[in-house]
Design a protein. Sequence first.
Length: 118
Amino acid sequence: MLFLDLDNFKRINDTLGHDCGDRVLKTVADRLVKSVRQGDGLARVEEADPPPFVARLGGDEFTILLADLRTAQDVATIAQRLLDMIAEPLLIDTQEIFITASIGITIYHWTMRILRPC
């Protein structure tokens, strides 16, 4: 699971206004949705090929659940790709905005074992 927080987002709201801040959040969310793989998401969907799903927890915080990863390095590679994508300049009206983000990562590995009677 990735927990993503936009750095110094309050400054955008304070200097450019909440409308601009809302548009930045929407643009970041759109970028995240386009960047995650088809099978990643937070919702359990009963479709064979569910669409990607990114959750905004509130304010400037997002979470993404990654599935079917082989190594911790795979997670780090995806996280870096997301950080690089967010760091690309945004153009809101005529204002070019530069933002960065921080990502927290937690990894849980679950293995099902079948127990046989003795």
